[in-house]
Design a protein. Structure first.
Length: 243
């Protein structure tokens, strides 16, 4: 695993956008794996800026998102589909038919089948992952085992807590989600795991501190993947060093 320590969030976001653009420059119909949350917002901003500057073209690009809450549909401001429309899809020339999202209001079994069939067609070319404070990737929460396929998952208490900042009341945070499993994630040809700020330092420190792979720290499965770049900022890295 390669570690990039960026000066700050903006520089880290720029570096991640550059990694994505390099893949798209090589393969115009690249299959991108995308995440939501505060972590990738900055990289989407860079991608949109570069699209406006004519530096990147999404007309042939295909995407798949990591996860979605069960309940809200794409028009709901807290759904991940809405987030993607707002931060990236509405700002670039991607074709609607090339976007794969879980319909949170749809029948979960159908959504799962749709996802696994798409992931069975080809591996993701480049995947951006955020990380939970508990080490989750996608909504693969700490557990006794890894789940390979796309599946319904119950959000961990700390995830509900962390995500409540996007909702008026913590009770409004959906408790279930559909997430890509570890097969879809680990089969990606390139993986970028991004973590900024001191809150994520504990999880990254655990990831880097030994060579163990355990479902209790879901991100540790990335040690089995060939091409992983971890992008952190100095604030996070200083916490790791000082602990
Ligand atoms: P964040 O979430 O980017 O909003 O911090 C990351 C995650 O929980 O996977």
């Amino acid at each position: 695993m390669k570690l990039i320590i960026a000066e700050n969030y903006n520089e880290g976001s720029r570096k991640i956008a550059d990694l994505f653009e390099a893949v798209i420059a090589e393969k115009k119909d690249a299959f991108l794996g995308l995440a939501t949350g505060s972590t990738p917002e900055g990289m989407y901003k860079c991608l949109a800026e570069d699209f406006n500057a004519g530096k990147v073209d999404f007309s042939e690009v295909h995407t798949i998102n990591l996860d979605e809450y069960l309940g809200p549909d794409r028009s709901h401001p807290q759904s991940f589909g809405y987030f993607m429309d707002k931060h990236l899809f509405s700002k670039v020339n991607i074709k609607q038919e090339n976007i794969m999202l879980v319909d949170g209001a749809g029948k979960a079994e159908d959504e799962i089948k749709k996802y696994d069939s798409r992931l069975g067609e080809e591996p993701i070319d480049i995947l951006i992952l955020g990380i939970g404070e508990n080490g989750h990737i996608g909504f693969n929460e700490p557990a006794d085992f890894f789940v390979a396929g796309t599946h319904i998952t119950e959000l961990a208490e700390e995830t509900i807590q962390a995500n409540s900042r996007f909702f008026e009341n913590i009770e409004d945070v959906p408790q279930k989600a559909v997430t890509m499993g570890m097969a879809g994630i680990t089969n990606a040809k390139k993986i970028v795991l991004a973590a900024f700020g001191k809150k994520k330092a504990g999880a990254i420190k655990k990831l880097l501190s030994d060579d163990k792979v355990s479902p209790k720290l879901p991100c540790s499965i990335l040690k089995l993947c060939r091409d992983v770049t971890i992008v952190v900022d100095k604030e996070l890295y200083r916490c790791i060093e000082n602990e």
